[in-house]
Ligand binder design. Structure first.
Ligand code: FES
Length: 152
């Protein structure tokens, strides 16, 4: 196998997924041998309703170029309406991120059930393609360095 000769940008995508639905859906995509981007790192959560915006910020700080948050469909969440809260929180996060200048095309919020292996594969491919076009996410790292200088 030759090394990466063409130096193609390989976007790092972090996916925060609910263990009940999307995690199983992603597993199904794998076992069904559906082709999807290998650049995604899956982080399993008990429920996306529990996701904190800090997780997403941290993902970018750790070098992610894109983030996916995916849980159960509305009504299927195991913790009553946890994912409705996730959605609300996500809207707030949108405003916050836009305020600090983060391109929202780097973040994708979705619902993928345990049976939707194909939807998962398509989602990952779509986000990877979009992030690949946007290029590496260096702006956020620069912002972070600036913040550290102001608050040593
Ligand atoms: Fe899946 Fe809440 S249990 S989103």
């Amino acid at each position: 196998m030759s090394m990466n000769m063409n130096m193609k940008f390989e976007p790092k995508i972090m996916a925060f997924v609910c263990q009940w639905c999307t995690y199983t859906g992603a597993d199904l995509a794998g076992t069904s041998r559906m082709q999807y981007s290998p650049y995604v790192k899956i982080i399993k959560l008990p429920c996306t309703g529990r996701i904190d915006v800090q997780f997403i910020v941290k993902a970018f700080e750790e070098g992610a170029d894109g983030v996916i948050v995916s849980g159960c469909h509305p009504g299927d969440c195991h913790y009553t309406s946890g994912n409705y809260y996730a959605r609300r929180r996500f809207e707030m996060f949108h405003e916050l991120m836009s305020f600090v200048g983060v391109d929202m095309r780097r973040i994708q919020f979705a619902w993928v059930s345990a049976a939707e292996g194909r939807k998962w594969a398509e989602l990952v491919n779509e986000v990877s393609k979009r992030v690949e076009e946007l290029g590496p996410f260096n702006v956020f790292h620069a912002l972070r360095e600036q913040a550290n200088e102001l608050n040593p």
